[in-house]
Design a protein around this ligand. Structure first.
Ligand SMILES: O=P(O)(O)OC[C@H]1O[C@](O)(CO)[C@@H](O)[C@@H]1O
Length: 614
């Protein structure tokens, strides 16, 4: 069997996981109908005669699976057999409730060895992101000795030193806001999106002390009302707000808009933005040039060899964290220790490989099941949102590295326990079986000395513990697989380790399914389409302006606007543009109303003669 299957795990294009070969081929033998744990092979594999036989054999194993489920000794043995711990970090991994078989592990071995080799090359500076021709160096950020060139090593070390020195100076009040009665910075307003927001948001929620030296707020969208809300919440403290604008590319529209809105607020408050602005971006980007020309307070670098979603250990994550009094060197140490632990080429001793293997097993190597992430700790609330980008932007790819269409991915969602038990766990337990769970457990409930028993022998934290364990058991009893990651405490070190664990798992998984984890071509399509909508809006405005400047004014139907824009095929979009502008008092609807598109006739509130000749 091994010999006949080994080729199926090679990277040969014809043997790639294929969604066409899913359960549909043999519905009666769906592994979902089996009780747990499974012994069937992943159904993404081509259905050869031998695989069909192996599925048939799995039916006969179904009873023994039931026995395993009922047999606490066997389950305990499986727990111990696969239990992983990283002692120094106090991090444990339990994958006993995922039903992979020894045979499956053996079959995955060659793929993992290839993935370990690819990871080794990546860490040595290979062009691991071939589509963008870039190195992938986030691992160097926490161990600069790994950097492939001495200049990079120096750059990483100097940047870290300057982040620490700058934040010390801000916190101590050595660097002051020019016109604040407080005499020191009290607030951070972070402007950025995607990888330039999610990491800082997660770290702030997880690690910021109750009374940080600077409190942080985020603008991570181009929603005007959301931006207004953040600025309004700052109120007079805008004068003591350090604005950190984060964009690797330096040209992301949402971030640019956030910056322009904040600069307007500064102008209106009579404040000098430049003296309170900090940029984190690549050298010579639009943002970098703006910050340099306008003389902003400080600039910190981003590098083309660090991706947005893995930038949390660069200035992107470290500067906001340091300013909130979080020990960033500890975060880096945690990540470095985890990097070391996930470098081993023994699957069983490598927690990231174990995760990647379970993901492959649970989702059939094609993302057929979603990953629900449930941290049982309020401060880790944003971990699932952070992982959503890390995993889905990395693994959600149309093509594999050989150019075959694979439509890979792994859906991630989640919030926190036990809160979610009162929201969607009902469906997870009893409803559609389209997921596997990851529990994040934190052993320490409260800082020492603060606990008390709210009923004899039981604390509030015991309830949280009970809810987690109860949900895990209830899911398992209904054949739902789960992974449990345990940390002792939420500290900079353990958070650094968690981040590094998942970064590595994503990298290994991507290798195993033969995709590039480090680019995001799909995002470009949406950005391009958005730019086209805005370009069309400008054409609509120009056509309306021309009609408005006529004497008498010529109200236009949607058809007439579309024709004059030479875009009859865009009539629906033109209607939406008109409806949006109308809702924002930007155009006059002369006749009809926006609710009935055919009735609309439009002209502008006033003719702008200058635009006619622009
Ligand atoms: O840091 P930037 O260049 O502004 O990009 C923000 C985010 O946008 C993306 O490129 C996707 O649009 C992410 O990968 C990135 O984290």
């Amino acid at each position: 069997m091994m010999a006949s299957l080994s080729g199926l795990y090679s990277s040969s294009p014809s043997l790639k996981p294929s969604k066409n070969l899913s359960f549909k081929a043999l519905p009666a033998l769906s592994r979902d109908s089996f009780s747990f744990p499974h012994t069937s092979r992943p159904t993404n594999l081509p259905l050869t005669l031998s695989s069909a036989r192996s599925v048939a054999r799995d039916i006969s194993h179904a009873d023994s699976k039931k026995e395993l489920l009922k047999d606490p000794d066997a389950l305990w043995k499986r727990y111990l057999d696969w239990f992983y711990q990283q002692k120094e970090l106090g991090l444990y991994l339990d994958i006993s409730r995922v039903g992979f078989t020894d045979e499956f592990v053996a079959e995955m071995e060659p793929r993992f060895q290839a993935a370990f080799k690819a990871m080794e090359d990546l860490e040595k500076g290979s062009i691991a992101n071939p589509d963008e021709g870039r190195m992938v160096g986030h691992y160097w950020l926490r161990n600069s000795k790994l950097a492939p060139k001495p200049t990079l090593k120096t750059l990483i070390e100097n940047t870290l030193d300057s982040i620490c020195a700058f934040s010390d100076d801000i916190i101590s009040g050595k660097i002051k806001p020019p016109s604040s009665p407080e005499g020191r910075f009290t607030q951070i307003l972070s402007v950025g999106i995607g990888g330039s927001a999610l990491g800082p948001q997660f770290v702030a929620e997880a690690l910021a002390p109750d009374n940080p030296p600077l409190k942080i707020r985020f603008i991570d969208n181009t929603d005007p009302a959301g931006i207004d809300h953040q600025i309004a919440q700052l109120g007079p403290e805008l004068a003591s707000t350090l604005v950190i604008v984060i964009s690797k590319s330096g040209g992301t529209p949402e971030t640019r808009n956030g910056l322009l809105e904040v600069q307007k607020a500064f102008r209106e408050a009579g404040l000098n933005f430049a003296k309170q602005g900090v940029a984190i971006t690549q050298e010579n980007s639009l943002l970098d040039n703006t910050a340099r020309i306008e003389g902003w307070l400080a600039r910190f670098p981003m590098y083309d060899w660090v991706g947005g979603r893995t930038s949390i250990m660069s200035a992107v994550g470290l500067l906001p964290a340091a300013l909130q009094g979080i020990n960033v060197r500890e975060m880096l140490t945690g990540a470095a220790l985890m990097d070391e632990a996930t470098r081993t080429t023994s699957i069983k001793n490598n927690p990231a490989a174990l995760l990647a293997m379970c993901w492959y097993w649970a989702s059939n190597g094609v993302g057929s099941k979603d990953m629900v992430v449930l941290p049982y700790k309020d401060s880790l609330l944003l971990f699932s949102r952070y992982l959503q980008q890390l995993v889905m932007e990395s693994l959600g790819k149309e093509f594999d590295l050989d150019g075959n269409t694979v439509n890979q991915g792994l859906t991630v969602y989640g919030n926190k326990g036990s809160t979610d038990q009162h929201a969607y766990i009902q469906q997870l337990r009893d409803g559609v079986h389209n997921f596997f769970a990851t529990f994040i457990e934190v052993l320490r409930d409260r800082p020492p000395g603060h606990d008390w028993e709210l009923e004899p022998g039981v604390t509030c934290g015991d309830y949280l513990f009970g809810m987690l364990q109860g949900t895990r058991s209830a899911l398992y009893a209904n054949g739902r697989e789960s992974i449990s990651v345990t940390i002792e405490e939420v500290t900079p070190r353990s958070v650094g380790a968690l981040i590094a664990l998942y970064e590595r798992a994503v990298g290994l998984y991507a290798s195993i399914v033969n995709i590039n984890a480090y680019h995001q071509p799909g995002v470009e399509a949406g950005k391009k389409a958005a730019a086209e909508v805005l370009a069309l809006q400008k054409r609509v405005l120009s056509v309306l302006n021309e009609a408005t400047c006529k004497d008498p004014v010529e109200p236009l139907t949607l058809e007439e606007i579309a024709d004059r824009c030479h875009a009859p095929e865009e009539i629906e979009m033109i209607y939406k543009i008109i409806a949006h502008m109308s809702a924002n008092d930007r155009v006059l609807i002369a006749e009809g109303n926006c609710g009935s598109p055919r009735s609309i006739k439009v002209y502008l509130g006033e003719c702008n003669v200058d635009d006619l000749y622009a």
